[in-house]
Design a protein around this ligand. Structure first.
Ligand code: ZN
Length: 263
């Protein structure tokens, strides 16, 4: 099998750019490791932009969670019954060209490593949203809340208090996801899986402590755009997304990229 050649066509036919608003429906904690400790610091801080001091959601955090959920989806619908084998003890990666997960996200442990086709950008605060404006008026420099929690020792019943910093519910972020189109077959497989990944993120959650109520989010697709590589240059087209479901949007994009060569 000529794996290397099949994994990368070397083409960019188009870039699909999806812009979402992501709203925190419950407090979000995407933790950062503390490099320095200052008096008055919270125990478990959230990731913040070092320039603005505002919290943000790293793209890697969204992408990693989406991949993990889609791997489970793929395992569920695949014939493979052996979870240890499917997930390679940790996470799924394979050589199968049309694997919906590995073709979308890539696989670093296969030999040769295979490239992914999706980029998830870091998500920053939506400064135009009412919730963020309200937070800014409240003059809380971190834009976060501190939640106090207790874990109870089962034997001594002694409470073990800790603090968690959270992005409060109602806060909105701008999320940009970019998909590189290099193959018609993979486009048809990958795009619906990408939309399913967003749906599964909503049904699961992002960041830490999801099972304890944190991290529920809602995504709203605001804009979908295709940048198409042509001999004349890069053509671009906006797609109407309101009132449309994912499969309608995918079908329209597919027609634009692969069918309307003259447009
Ligand atoms: Zn795979």
């Amino acid at each position: 099998m000529c794996a290397e050649a099949s994994f990368k066509t070397g083409k960019i036919l188009a870039k699909v750019v999806l812009n979402y608003k992501m709203e925190a429906l419950t407090g979000i904690h995407v933790g950062s490791s503390k490099e320095t400790f200052e008096i008055g610091d919270v125990d478990n801080p959230v990731v913040k932009d070092p320039i603005t001091g505002e919290p943000y959601i790293p793209g890697s955090s969204l992408k990693g969670k989406m991949r993990s959920l889609l791997e489970k989806k793929y395992f569920t619908i695949s014939e493979n019954k052996n979870a240890i084998e499917f997930f390679n003890k940790e996470y799924h990666s394979c050589q199968e060209e049309h694997c919906p997960v590995c073709s979308l996200f890539g696989a670093s442990v296969t030999n040769p490593p295979r490239p992914g086709r999706v980029i998830v950008r870091d998500a920053f605060l939506d400064n135009d949203s009412d919730s963020v404006k309200t937070l800014k008026k409240m003059d809380i420099p971190s834009f976060t809340e501190i939640k106090y929690e207790n874990s109870i020792n089962r034997l001594t019943a002694k409470a073990n208090p800790r603090q968690m910093e959270r992005i409060p519910r109602g806060v909105k972020f701008d999320v940009e996801i970019v998909y590189e189109v290099d193959d018609e077959e993979l486009f048809k497989i990958n795009l619906p899986w990408l939309f399913d990944g967003i749906r599964l993120l909503e049904l699961d959650g992002i960041g830490g402590s999801v099972s304890r109520g944190y991290g529920k989010v809602k995504f709203e697709l605001m804009n979908a755009k295709v940048y198409k590589i042509t001999k004349e240059g890069i053509a671009e087209k906006d797609f109407e997304v309101k009132e449309k479901n994912a499969s309608e949007i995918v079908k329209e994009m597919w027609e634009y990229i692969f069918k309307n060569a003259e447009e």
